[in-house]
Ligand binder design. Structure first.
Ligand code: HEC
Ligand code: HEC
Length: 311
């Protein structure tokens, strides 16, 4: 009996550990298995666009939708169509405007040298976070020209925030659906926010259709923005002032990426992955002293604060 019990305790602890590291599905959503949209051939539209696409086209890895082609520079092939079999078009997940979704990354206006380095880090095993696997496969399949042209394209885009940050003790009940995207539960209702950031699309349909103008609300625990502001200034020695390297207004400086207005679940994932050693390399070594003493709540607060800034 005692042996069975202690085995159960060991198993529970092991599961608990895995949960603590991998099970934060608000930051690390896992795409559920299931069938795709019911009618893949029906023509769909979004407000303000003359274009129409079927659900099959909206999910096309090698020719995703471009709802507002006049509102961004011409895309290089690496971004608009990619290359079969392994280079899935960047626009599928990061969108032609670069704004992306919470489960991927907002890349609009990132320095080209930074993006090129990021692709190298995905290739060489320095970025192995739970949500990095997609990018590892894509980066390994890309040639240097494709990496350069896509990096230059994203660097040329106007940085823009995709979310409004709302402090609240509760968040809408939600679930992770297709593509790893979080949606409000159809039955409605609220639940305590706890130590989480919950990002809900303004329109589930808009998010599903990859409409770059369909934004998100980021629910964050009360007090996060002010706490994050204090930490971003150095937190009385708990961390290092972000602006030294990320520039005034945290809008980026040289090759160091901007943080202002980026989606907070992405920012959290990076802080946590860096702290846990899942994101390494010479450049990110500068972040070591920054993340060392941060708690989960500190990282949530920093992510909420940076997301609330004008990019
Ligand atoms: C199927 C979806 C998908 C496609 C297609 C995709 N990405 Fe990503 N990308 C992601 C996800 C998910 C992340 C976030 C990884 C993480 O959280 O660690 C990401 C993150 C990134 C980052 C890190 C951003 C940063 O600030 O460090 C870069 C750079 C990037 N992608 C470049 C590209 C390029 C270039 C392409 C096209 C060749 C592309 N991606 C195509 C899903 C995708
Ligand atoms: C001493 C310099 C330095 C300081 C101080 C610093 N950072 Fe960074 N940070 C960097 C560098 C350099 C990178 C890019 C690493 C790379 O290229 O892989 C980075 C990357 C990041 C990333 C990943 C961005 C992305 O697009 O994936 C986040 C998030 C981040 N820092 C947050 C912060 C926060 C929050 C603070 C303040 C609490 C901070 N940093 C302070 C140097 C710094």
């Amino acid at each position: 009996m005692r042996r069975i019990l202690s085995t159960a305790v060991v198993l529970a602890c092991a599961a608990g550990f895995a949960l603590a590291v991998e099970g934060m599905d608000w930051a690390y959503p896992v795409t559920p298995k299931g069938k795709g949209p019911p009618d893949k051939e029906k023509m769909l539209s979004v407000p303000g666009s003359k274009k129409q696409y079927t659900a099959a086209q909206i999910g096309d890895n090698f020719n995703p939708p471009d709802w507002f082609p006049d509102e961004h520079p011409p895309m290089p092939a690496s971004v608009s169509t990619g290359r079969q079999p392994g280079v899935r078009a960047c626009a599928l997940c990061h969108l032609p405007t670069g704004g992306g979704h919470p489960e991927s990354a907002n890349m609009a206006g990132l320095p080209a040298r930074y993006v090129i380095r990021a692709m190298e880090e995905y290739r060489n095993g320095n970025r192995v976070g739970v949500r990095a696997t997609t990018m590892i496969d894509i980066a390994k399949a890309m040639n240097d020209d494709e990496i350069r042209s896509s990096a230059e394209y994203f660097a040329s885009l106007k940085p823009h925030a995709r979310q409004k940050v709302v402090e609240s003790p509760t968040a809408p009940k939600s679930f992770v659906g297709g593509g790893g995207m979080r949606y409000a539960s159809p039955e409605g209702g609220e639940e305590p926010i706890g130590s989480r950031i919950i990002m809900i699309p303004d329109s589930a349909e808009g998010a599903q259709r990859r409409n770059p103008k369909s934004n998100f609300v980021a629910y964050v625990p009360p007090g996060s923005v002010a706490n994050g502001k204090g930490l971003a200034a150095g937190g009385n020695g708990k961390t290092v002032a972000c602006g030294i390297c990320h520039g005034p207004g945290l809008k980026g400086l040289g090759e160091v990426p901007g943080l202002a207005g980026r989606d907070p679940t992405y920012t959290f994932r990076q802080l946590y992955d860096i702290q846990q050693g899942r994101r390494k390399g010479d450049a990110v070594a500068l972040m070591k002293a920054v993340v060392e003493k941060l708690t989960i709540d500190d990282m949530i607060a920093l992510s909420a604060y940076t997301a609330s800034l004008e990019p």
